[in-house]
Write a protein of this length. Structure first.
Length: 329
């Protein structure tokens, strides 16, 4: 009997060990470095929401030399945070990315311009130098300039595009009349550098009618065809959206969680709390499911690029509600 009891106990321990190891691995590639822009994922991890879904999630920060589309294509991540213009452009070129969820409802992108450079309205862009991010971030800008009928090759009747680093130095050093900023990040770098809101005019893509969807979750079509992978994504999206809603309701705590995960030590408490407050405005109104009207607006903006549109044909199969329908209902 003693031997039998030992065997049963050992079997139970073995079963518990197997169960403990049963969590499914998911790797998430972020679009940028660890910051409150991605608070929902860090909150979901910190609060155990992924654990509750039997997921072991690895969050990989991005950076200036990291393109989420390339990481996804190379198998370095199961799911990636990406802007829809870059995802649709990649899809047209042969990488079958699919939007499986859309935590961000609104765009935070804008041009921040110096008044002393003579910028009051979009009519004043003519003949000016404008700072633009590339690596896929230029697509919304190019669509906007096309809508304004402003060539981007320079000259008195067009604009000169300055390939902007991920800082606001060109504006501070008067190398550009305007630079690309996000409502939750670079705009505040301008303010912290000494310029005041009265010194600036901002042009939000949302208000200009050229906003495109940002920070969606994307996976590869071929992976989604696997029921086991689909099930992982359902659980991942459910836990992530729980994290996002917690972050919206507890912005200061969410910012602290982000800081705890910042291995670089580059972020500050003041900046992250301010960022989280702004990011919460962009995720507000989204339960994670892609709004088809927002998708169509993005597509039409990208198709209307004149002689050089971001995409040339209406995408097919670029998004699905299959994941969010199961995750959120």
């Amino acid at each position: 009997m003693k031997k039998r009891s030992t065997y049963v106990a050992g079997a139970a321990v073995g079963l518990m060990g197997t169960m403990a190891q049963a969590a499914d691995d998911v790797t998430l590639q972020l679009k940028w470095v660890t910051q409150a822009q991605f608070a929902g994922y860090y909150v979901a991890q910190d609060k155990g929401f992924y654990d509750e879904e039997d997921l072991n999630v690895t969050i990989k920060p991005g950076g200036p030399d990291i393109a989420p589309t390339q990481v996804l294509a190379g198998g370095g991540a199961d799911v990636a945070v990406e802007w829809m213009p870059a995802a649709l452009a990649a899809r047209e070129k042969g990488l079958p990315m699919v939007n499986i969820a859309q935590p961000f409802k609104s765009s935070g992108m804008m041009l921040t311009c110096r008044k002393d450079a003579g910028i009051e309205t979009t009519d004043d862009f003519k003949g000016k130098t404008l700072g633009v991010w590339f690596f896929g971030n230029e697509f919304p800008f190019l669509s906007w300039m096309s809508k304004l009928e402003l060539p981007t090759e320079g000259g008195e009747d067009g604009v000169t595009v300055l390939k902007q680093g991920f800082n606001v130095d060109p504006l501070l050093q008067n190398q550009a009349a305007c630079v690309s900023t996000m409502t939750y990040n670079e705009y505040w770098q301008v303010i912290d550098a000494g310029l005041t809101p009265d010194d600036l005019n901002v042009f939000k893509y949302e208000e200009q009618g050229v906003a495109t969807l940002e920070d969606g979750l994307y996976a590869l079509e071929e992976n989604l065809a696997d029921p086991a992978f689909e099930d992982k994504m359902v659980r991942f999206v459910r836990a992530s959206m729980k994290g996002w809603k917690y972050a919206e309701e507890n912005p200061d705590e969410a910012a602290e969680i982000v800081l705890d995960n910042d291995a670089s030590g580059a972020q500050t408490e003041e900046h992250q709390k301010r960022m989280m407050g702004e990011v919460a405005k962009l995720t507000a109104g989204s339960n994670g499911a892609l709004d088809e009207a927002d998708y169509e607006r993005t597509v039409q903006s990208l198709l209307s690029g004149g002689s050089d549109p971001v995409i040339t044909v209406e995408p097919s199969g670029a998004w699905t509600h299959a994941i969010t329908d199961k995750a959120l209902n």
